[in-house]
Ligand binder design. Sequence first.
Ligand code: G1P
Length: 297
Amino acid sequence: MKIRKAVIPAGGLGTRFLPATKAIPKEMLPVVDTPTIQYIVEEAVKSGIEDIVIITGRTKRAIEDHFDKSAELEVRLDDAHKDAQLAQMEAISNLANMIYVRQKEPLGLGHAVMTAREVIGDEPFAVLLGDDVMTGEKPALAQLIEVFNEYDAPVVGVKAVPWTHTNKYGIIRAESAGEHLSRVEGLVEKPQPDKAPTNLAVMGRYVLTPEIFDILKETGKGVGGEIQLTDALDTLCTQRPMYAWELEGRRYDVGDKQGFLEATCEFALANPELKGPFARYLKQLVAQLEGEDIEQN
Ligand code: G1P
C-alpha cells in the first residue's frame, strides 16, 4: 500500500530554545532563511507524501500561516516584479495538502501520534520529527519507504551514536538482516549507556502501520512521565516483524543549540550566494580563535 500520509508532531513547547520560543513556535526558527519545519515538509513531499498532518498546539498559528497562501504578499511581489520570490511563495503554499490537528496537552510523542488517528484511518503512514533535519542524496523518509515496500512491515530510521549519547534517544535491540538493515527485537527510550542494548538510535523517521494506534491507547506513561512512541513500538515489534534502516545522509539535531548552529553554518556554506563570503568570514574567525585555548571551555 502506498504511503500517502505523514504526521509531523509540532505541539512541543520548545523550552530548549527559550526565550526565542516564548511567542514563536520552535519549528519556525530559520536555518539560514527557511523555517526548520519547511525542510521536514519538503523531505516528506520528495518522498512521495501527499497529505501532511501537523500536530499543533496553542501558540503554533505561525506554522499554519507559513504553509497557507499569502495573497497580499503575492500581489506586492508581483507588482514589484520580484518573480523569483513570488514563485517561491507560491511553491510553499502548494507543497502538499496540509491538515492541522490540535494536541490539547503536550503528553508526549506517542500521544501526539495518537491525535492523528482519525485523519490517518486504516493505512500505513509516516512520522517525521521536526528536530531531526536530514540532508543527503536520497531523502531519509524515501529510504524507509523503500524498505516498507519490500517487507510490508513497519520501519524505523536509525544511526549509530556514541555510547555516551544513548540516553538522548530511542535505542533498538536488533539482529542484522543485511547491509544497513536490522530486524528489530525491542526498543527502549533513552537508556543509560550501561543499559543500552545497542548504540543504534532512532532518528525521528518512522513508517508505521495502523495497529500502532490501538497499542498507543494502552501505553502508559514512560520516561519523563510522557506517552512514548518508543514504548508502543516495543510492543508492536512483538506482534509483527519490524525493521530498522541505517539512514544514509547527515542528520542535524536542530532542537539543540549546538546542532542548530552546525546546521546554520553548513547550510550557509551550501548556499551558492552565501558560500564565498561566509567561508571567508569563517576562515578569519578560525584564524582568530587559533590563538585561544578553547579546550578549556
Ligand atoms: C524523540 C524520541 C526518541 C528519538 C528522538 C530522535 O525524543 O522520543 O525516541 O530517538 O526523538 O530525535 P526527543 O528528542 O523528542 O526527546
